[in-house]
Design a protein around this ligand. Structure first.
Ligand code: ZN
Length: 134
């Protein structure tokens, strides 16, 4: 696969409202979009940091995977998302061929209408890995 850059870092927070003052007032980043992804039971806030974004993830329900993540490991970095230039479907096929466990067998729509797919952290040295493309 061909990765151009880190598209975003996903960071699990208990509350976007409480997290934003740190990112905006201390780090000086700007939040340009907040949206809820219903089927993921998550509210997301995006801040730009050069070519990379910070994606704050707030659970909207106690059975959200983000809620479970925070319960188990506390707030913090949840996943790393790489921008792939030659297609998520192609990248998934290559990862599978290399023996990497896939969470998504096929690309799906994520926040910001990107095509996304996740690789299992058991196969990626503990880092939940997202592949995405515009
Ligand atoms: Zn993400």
């Amino acid at each position: 696969m061909k990765i151009s850059h880190i598209e975003h870092l996903g960071i699990a927070v208990e509350s976007i409202e409480n997290a934003l003052p740190y990112y905006e007032n201390v780090l000086g980043l700007k939040c340009y979009n907040i949206e809820t992804v219903e089927d993921q039971k998550v509210k997301t806030a995006f801040l730009r940091c050069g070519e990379t974004k910070i994606e704050l993830l707030e659970p909207t329900s106690p059975d959200s995977t983000i809620a479970k993540f925070i319960e188990k490991r506390g707030m913090g970095v949840h996943h790393v998302a790489f921008a792939v230039e030659d297609g998520v479907a192609n990248a998934l096929a290559q990862a599978e061929e290399a023996g990497v466990r896939l969470i998504d067998k096929a690309p799906r729509k994520g926040a910001e209408n990107l095509n996304i797919a996740f690789l299992h952290p058991k196969s990626t040295m503990g880092v939940l890995t997202e592949l995405c493309e515009k």
